[in-house]
Ligand binder design. Sequence first.
Ligand code: AMP
Length: 286
Amino acid sequence: MRIVLLGAPGSGKGTQAHRLAERSGIPQISTGDLLRAAVARGTPLGLEAKAVMESGGLVDDALVLGMIRERLAEPDARAGFVLDGFPRNLVQAAALDGLLAELRQPLDAVVQLEVDPAELVRRISGRRSCADCGRVFNVLTSPPPSGAAAICPKTGAPHRLIQRPDDNEATVAERLRVYEEKTRPLIAFYQSRGLLRVIDAEGGLDAVTQRLAQALAAPAAARPRRAAARKRASRRKPARTAGRRRPTARAAKRRPASRKAPARAARKKRAGSPRARKAARRRTRR
Ligand code: AMP
């Protein structure tokens, strides 16, 4: 299963991608997580990305594409993947198309998670993540559980909750603006490819997980008529190029009469009738 989750910051892509990946036994690939890891390690890529991430902008396409290309080449991605936070603009979407065509691993579905803007801001303000394992919680909507689930799998101690530096009010506003301008056009991009499903991502986590599973089980919404017709027309090939032979003269004789044939035969019969011959003689005499 090769899936892209689309949605604004705070729409729950990360949480739902994590659940879907666990359930399906495939990796969740989040460019945000990969970039944060590079920042934390202080790699050259991380150093370049840090300032842009803190401003709420998009990291350079070439950097992100290089990172994704490497990640998709890892063995665990052969069974499938859930992409979260990538692609983020049309250049990245076209590059992903090309890369997956090269790997002969086309996408199966793209799911857009729809959330009201006011709810997005509320969710982001309550978001906290574990500084050690990166697991995401929300102090307003899904607080860290008690018991064994409260223990960080990396340290064996309770999760250490921190707020992401780019989850502050000013940066969030910029991230939402960038989403509308650069990422929202991907909805039409994937709709025209017949891959898009849209779900209501408000409400409880489990309800959204269920809607996501249903959306993935259902066929994609019909693509817009004009795009579908263009695609059908481009698929139609003349008999020869489609590998079909032209019928031989004998085969043509054996062919059943076309639907037009009876009408043609009736015209011929009328033309040969005594009444028709008489009318024709009268016309030539005039
Ligand atoms: P996220 O965790 O997906 O919200 O991403 C956090 C930040 O990382 C974004 O605001 C961007 O600055 C950067 N980022 C993540 N994914 C991408 C991407 N595909 N292209 C460019 N920048 C990205």
